[in-house]
Design a protein around this ligand. Structure first.
Ligand code: TMP
Length: 214
């Protein structure tokens, strides 16, 4: 049986990667193999694109160039990693997917890429395929950004290109993710990320258990 594709979304510093790891461990205990992955950077080529996308000056290129590069990363990710794993019956847990492009490159910017153009890029890169479930981790951007900057202190390469944008940008992203969830309530669940790691993990397990009936 084909595996499930679960995506984790949200602004900066929501704890997506921690929660993704915890869910992967939980699924392993239930006897389900899952692959943790991320966008950008889920493949070797994706890692090269990631460096271009998330480091350096925030204005080194615009939202259109970003959208094209994120979708290039996404297409490579789907073909080389996500679809083959799902075919093998494994679950794939992705730290970000296409909702991030809508939130950042559409809702975030004044000089945005249109929804029609993003839909068109989605069709080229991903076709009709969609995640089985999207967990949107929601937090006040000020709290999330503070977490992100703290984490970056311990990183050799500072991945802070988007953190450098103004608070209003991050507030628009947050509202964008909430609108995305409202537009697709079958697929998306919004979770309060301003909770302890353990409590948020419990909420995620509740959603998974209810959604996939195990
Ligand atoms: P990360 O820090 O959560 O790993 O994500 C990398 C950065 O890239 C983050 O600031 C969000 C941004 N991003 C976009 O702007 N558009 C996208 O499509 C994706 C996947 C990420």
């Amino acid at each position: 049986m084909r595996g499930k594709f679960i995506t984790f979304e949200g602004g900066e510093g929501t704890g997506k990667s921690t929660q993704l790891k915890l869910l992967s461990e939980y699924l392993a205990k239930k006897g389900l193999k899952s692959i943790p992955t991320k966008e950008p950077g889920g493949t070797d080529t994706g890692q090269e694109l990631r460096r271009i996308l998330v480091t350096g000056d925030k204005d080194k290129f615009d939202a259109t160039a970003e959208a094209l590069l994120y979708f290039a990363d996404r297409h490579i990710h789907m073909v080389q990693k996500v679809w083959p794993a799902l075919e093998r019956g494994e679950w794939v847990l992705s730290d970000r997917f296409a909702d991030s492009t809508v939130a950042y490159q559409y809702y975030g910017y004044d000089k945005r890429v249109s929804r029609e153009d993003l839909d068109c890029l989605y069709k080229i890169a991903v076709g009709n395929f969609k995640p089985d479930l999207t967990l949107i981790l929601d937090i006040d951007p000020q709290v999330g950004l503070a977490r992100s900057f703290k984490k970056a202190d311990t990183m050799a390469v500072k991945e802070l290109r988007f953190e450098g944008r103004e608070l209003a940008f991050h507030q628009r992203l947050r509202n964008g993710f909430l609108e995305i969830a409202a537009q697709d309530p079958q697929r998306c669940v919004v979770l309060d990320a301003d909770k302890s790691i353990e409590d948020l993990h419990k909420d995620i397990v509740d959603v998974i258990t209810e959604r996939f009936k195990f």
